[in-house]
Design a protein around this ligand. Structure first.
Ligand code: ZN
Length: 143
């Protein structure tokens, strides 16, 4: 069964995130500051180092991947929602190194911005909360 919400376009923010800031925290802090509780986002730029996670479906837990090198953000998309009273960002990225090799995963804290340009689109008329889903072990949209 497909469960869904229907929302409307809200505000759009065009943002230059701070060099040396933590990518995940900077995005969550910005969304919180401007009051975006549901939204979608895209980022292009580069990072000094990255930390991502891979979700093991067998073990139902995240495995951490540390990438200790300068990387370009080739693709970065995600969403903004609410979980336990907090604004949270769920973001996946693909990074590229100087040889064009790619790495990727679910963005974690510890990813340090070199430069990052973000478009954040607010979604209105929805309450986008997350709840624990015991089938997947993930905190998924509560629809
Ligand atoms: Zn994820």
């Amino acid at each position: 069964m497909i469960k869904f919400f229907e929302g409307k376009f809200g505000r759009i923010f065009i943002v230059r995130l701070p060099t040396d800031g933590d990518l995940l925290k900077s995005i969550e802090e910005f969304a919180e500051k401007v009051g975006v509780k549901a939204g979608v986002l895209w980022v292009v730029g580069a990072v000094k180092k990255a930390v991502v996670k891979y979700y093991s479906q067998e073990e139902k837990k995240y495995l951490k991947i540390s990438l200790d090198l300068p990387l370009e953000i080739l693709s970065c998309t995600g969403n903004i929602s609410r979980f336990k009273g907090k604004t949270i960002a769920h973001i996946h990225l693909v990074f590229g190194d100087k040889e064009g090799k790619t790495f990727g995963g679910h963005l974690d804290e510890g990813t340090i911005i070199f430069s990052a340009e973000m478009f954040l689109l607010e979604v209105k008329d929805v309450v986008l909360e997350r709840e624990y889903d015991k089938v997947t072990g993930l905190n998924l949209f509560k629809v």
